[in-house]
Write a protein that binds this ligand. Structure first.
Ligand code: 5RP
Length: 236
């Protein structure tokens, strides 16, 4: 099965968790987009949902395919969010933000009763950190913020390049008008400590560590789709 087919399989299983009448957060990235395509088919055949997209790109796809969208201000509490992931560990701690939508994704996830991530097997790791950690930062004082991130990471024994994400030759701009620093620290043994340290830096808007937020991960591999659960997540 090719990579796209695995994404579709994970999305198809996630769709089973969607019920009519739900207020539904809809994630970003290529796997989430497969979910939107399947969701649109169900909407066309009568499923009623109110979708809150986590990015302008996802919003555009929803509109194009006829999925009714609302802002999080119109629908501030959600039953379920389904989103992709860049990395998932065995405790369902997750890195997100590879597509640059981590801030809205985290706001939407934290406004949801349940968060499900969908991914292919390649995203599952023993310890987070193989994927460079996306950190959304204010454009003001970027160098000072980067220095503070390096210092905070260093105090936890972490080091590595912290690169400004570029889109062609210019800095990538998020939907919120911020930049992204991708931090290649390698293995992050204490993700909670790093998350706390990053939150304390004023120029950091949000980071891609989604800790105790995800309650179900639907993982598609060549031998089938498996579901991992975290009963201890904040959002259940
Ligand atoms: C966007 C995200 C995506 O969900 C994540 O990057 C996974 O994307 P894909 O499904 O394309 O691998 O966090 O900010």
């Amino acid at each position: 099965m090719d990579a796209r087919q695995l994404k579709i399989e994970a999305a198809r299983v996630a769709l089973d968790h969607v019920e009519t009448g739900m207020k539904l957060g809809v994630g970003s990235g290529s796997t989430a987009e497969e979910f939107v395509r399947l969701l649109a088919e169900r909407v066309e055949s009568g499923l009623r949902i109110e979708a809150v997209p986590t990015s302008e790109r996802t919003a555009g796809l929803c509109v194009e395919l006829g999925v009714p969208i609302f802002s999080l201000d119109e629908v501030p509490q959600l039953d379920l969010t389904i989103d992709g992931a860049d990395e998932v560990d065995g405790d369902l701690q997750v890195i997100k933000g590879g597509g640059g939508a981590l801030l809205r994704e985290k706001i939407v996830a934290c406004a949801s009763d349940t968060v499900i991530v969908i991914a292919d097997e390649s995203k599952v790791v023993d310890v987070l950190g193989r994927f460079p950690l996306p950190i959304e930062v204010n454009v003001f004082g970027l160098t000072a913020t980067r220095n503070a991130i390096e210092q905070a990471a260093g105090s936890l024994g972490l080091s590595g390049p912290v690169d400004l994400r570029k889109d062609r030759d210019v800095p990538f701009e998020t939907d919120g008008g911020h930049h992204i620093l991708d931090a290649s620290f390698g293995r992050i043994p204490d993700a909670e400590a790093l998350a706390r340290a990053l939150q304390d830096i004023p120029g950091v808007v949000e980071h891609g560590l989604f800790l105790d937020i995800v309650s179900v991960a639907i993982i598609a591999g060549s031998s089938g789709v498996r579901t991992m659960k975290n009963e201890g997540s904040q959002n259940r």
